[in-house]
Ligand binder design. Sequence first.
Ligand SMILES: Cc1cc2nc3c(=O)[nH]c(=O)nc-3n(C[C@H](O)[C@H](O)[C@H](O)COP(=O)(O)OP(=O)(O)OC[C@H]3O[C@@H](n4cnc5c(N)ncnc54)[C@H](O)[C@@H]3O)c2cc1C
Length: 316
Amino acid sequence: MSKKKELIFDTVILGGGPAGLSAAIYACRGNIKTAVVDITMFGGQPGNYQEIENYPGFAVSGGFDLMEKFEKHADKFGVEKFPMQEIQKVDLKSEIKTIESLDIIFKCKSIIIATGAKASKLGIPGEKELFGKGVSYCAVCDGAFYRDKVVCVVGGGNSAVEEACYLTKFAKKVYIIHRREKLRADKIIQDRAFNNPKIEFVWNTIPLEIRGENNVKSIVVKNVITDKITEINTDGIFPYIGFTPNTELFNGQLEQTPQGFIETDAYMQTSINGVFAAGDVRNTPLRQVITAASDGATAACSCVKYLEQNQIKIPV
Ligand SMILES: Cc1cc2nc3c(=O)[nH]c(=O)nc-3n(C[C@H](O)[C@H](O)[C@H](O)COP(=O)(O)OP(=O)(O)OC[C@H]3O[C@@H](n4cnc5c(N)ncnc54)[C@H](O)[C@@H]3O)c2cc1C
């Protein structure tokens, strides 16, 4: 078996989305030897959606284009990049921390966790089997496949209602299936949906099963007040019921909310010295590109200070 390569850094940033790339810019400018490691290519979630219109300075930008700018900016200050790294284990607790991928052992004095979050699953029969065959977690990525078709969005928050409105650009009808009789989405977003003739609300209803063989054909739902079970014919299902943080590697090592989001203070310091968290992965009231970038900047500056105050030596 070939021996793994060992690399030494002052800090390793896990995740190359808005939080991680912003942290990389600030860490490199703070003159610390910095690596950014991602399980896929860099860019994070914005790399997958078409437009972003609320990042200040860019009234409308492609998500991918904006992230390319973040990445080039980090390159300018000399970050070392490791895309497509499947991380197997992480030791956060020791003073010298280690991150092990299939072929590299990263040894470092500090870690910034910026691994983001992924869409929560409905956990019902048919969801896994029909993923990519009508079940999608990204309206912007897949909406165009539903021209003149019928789709269902599950959820009642901002993402669900915004994505439902977006889907009406293509679909002839969009059902919003929500377990309550009121939406959680902001008023302005709700108004847009209520005024959209293509949207029909299915209130007080939970999904039970997604049916179809090679493609989604229908969703079986239950009214939670009357217990009545019905089947809605549909070509696509878009669940938007919240997010689960990408923390499988760290669970149990640091303080987290019951949903798994990492607890930090205002300096992005986690419950472990020398470990910082930034962006969607942490317990935060707003999950957006700008807040992730802001967290990344704070985390990197706190990290630089931590390294100044703790003269840690890694034996070579
Ligand atoms: C459909 C949709 C539309 C949105 N629209 C907007 C919008 O218009 N405006 C806006 O401001 N925000 C929007 N957001 C939210 C925004 O995309 C997120 O808040 C932001 O991307 C969070 O950045 P992040 O860096 O924390 O996480 P992410 O963008 O999720 O990046 C995390 C990175 O970590 C990597 N990673 C995950 N696990 C590991 C691991 N184990 N090891 C190494 N790397 C790992 C991932 O591959 C990814 O590259 C939208 C989100 C969605 C889903």
